[in-house]
Design a protein around this ligand. Structure first.
Ligand SMILES: Cc1cc2nc3c(=O)[nH]c(=O)nc-3n(C[C@H](O)[C@H](O)[C@H](O)COP(=O)(O)O)c2cc1C
Length: 324
């Protein structure tokens, strides 16, 4: 197994998988702004098993995204082995990540994602089928607990398997996506797995949060979710902060430049539909700037690249130097 995770400089700073957000355009932007690794949106192994073209399309990537990891979920071990063979053959990403953390009803009630914490034997069999079907490094994404099943107990049952890395979302299943991060549980998992890289995830919105999380968990790195919304440059800010203790905010002009690039990448990968998806990102880019609510009302209606250019060109702060 070629485990690229072990060759990365620490602390590792990654883009966490997010359905509806971490498509090829956004991943590339994050890589170009300092993310060490990027992860796809999750894809159902059963859909891949039945040759869903749409699912495979969702996983396509640009070579510049490497190291690129594909995240899969499901509940049937044979579908995992068939899927990773297909993924390796069709796409050749750098790694595979298995989702054991999703609390969404349609995933959980179906026995996949976080529900697999409650069926450790099935979870083990899924990991085993996956690692045996591929040479790619296989990582896992976990929550700290689901009902009365803890990640520590879960990891104890599977840590003899060849795991490449773990991302631990420091919230419980019951917490969903809000509330405090349990640093102690993430630290306990790091302690348990020794030299397997562990990435702490949850609530990192600025470089200072990343530093605190690393200090309190002793993890090898961090995975960023919503902290990247409207600021894919947060990765370079984190790296600057670790290296020098300071980081620069982006000015409105710099933000506009990133937003334009994002529009071009989305158009190149998804054509017209990409511009509909762009709307939610544009709103995030300009949140917090003076007078932004007016421009956001225009941005949620963009339909062409020209619309984007025109709205951004007209949006100025009348000479004020503002950053976010
Ligand atoms: C819109 C959205 C989609 C997500 N999709 C996935 C996914 O496909 N796979 C996954 O493992 N986690 C997914 N997550 C969870 C994130 O990867 C991350 O664990 C969670 O948001 C906590 O990190 P944060 O507080 O930095 O956002 C998603 C989260 C959000 C907000």
């Amino acid at each position: 197994m070629q485990n690229f995770w072990k060759n990365l400089q620490k602390p590792i700073v990654t883009l966490a998988p997010m359905a509806g957000y971490t498509d090829s355009a956004f991943r590339l932007l994050c890589r170009q702004h300092g993310a060490d690794v990027v992860v796809s949106e999750f894809v159902h192994t059963t859909a891949l098993y039945y040759n869903s073209k749409k699912s495979l399309e969702l996983l396509r990537f640009d070579e510049r995204e490497r190291p690129y990891v594909v995240q899969i979920f499901g509940k049937i071990p044979e579908h995992f082995s068939a899927s990773v063979k297909k993924i390796a053959q069709e796409l050749q990403p750098d790694g595979i990540d298995i989702n054991f953390g999703c609390p969404a009803k349609k995933v959980f009630n179906h026995g996949a994602g976080a529900a697999l914490f409650l069926q450790p034997d099935v979870a083990r069999s899924i990991i085993k089928s996956t690692v045996e079907a591929t040479d790619l490094p296989v990582s896992l994404k976990l929550r700290i607990s689901v009902k009365d099943a803890s990640a520590v107990d879960f990891v104890k049952r599977i840590k003899d398997l060849p795991l490449a890395a773990l991302t631990v979302h420091g919230r419980t299943y019951e917490q969903g996506f809000t509330g405090g991060i349990n640093f102690d549980q993430v630290a306990a998992i790091k302690e348990l797995v020794g030299d397997i890289p562990v990435l702490a995830n949850g609530g990192i919105m600025k470089p200072e949060d990343a530093k605190e999380v690393l200090q309190r968990t002793r993890a090898d790195g961090v995975a960023l979710g919503r902290g990247t919304f409207g600021k894919p440059w947060i990765f370079e800010q984190i790296k600057s902060y670790f290296a020098t203790g300071v980081y620069k905010e982006y000015t409105l002009e710099q933000v506009k430049e990133v937003a334009r690039t994002h529009a071009w990448y989305l158009f190149a990968t998804k054509q017209q539909h990409g511009l509909i998806e762009l709307r939610k990102h544009l709103v995030n880019y300009f949140r917090g700037f003076p007078g932004a609510s007016h421009v956001r009302q225009q941005l949620v209606r963009v339909a062409t690249l020209e619309d984007v250019e025109c709205i951004l060109a007209n949006y100025t702060l009348l000479g004020k130097q503002v950053s976010k």
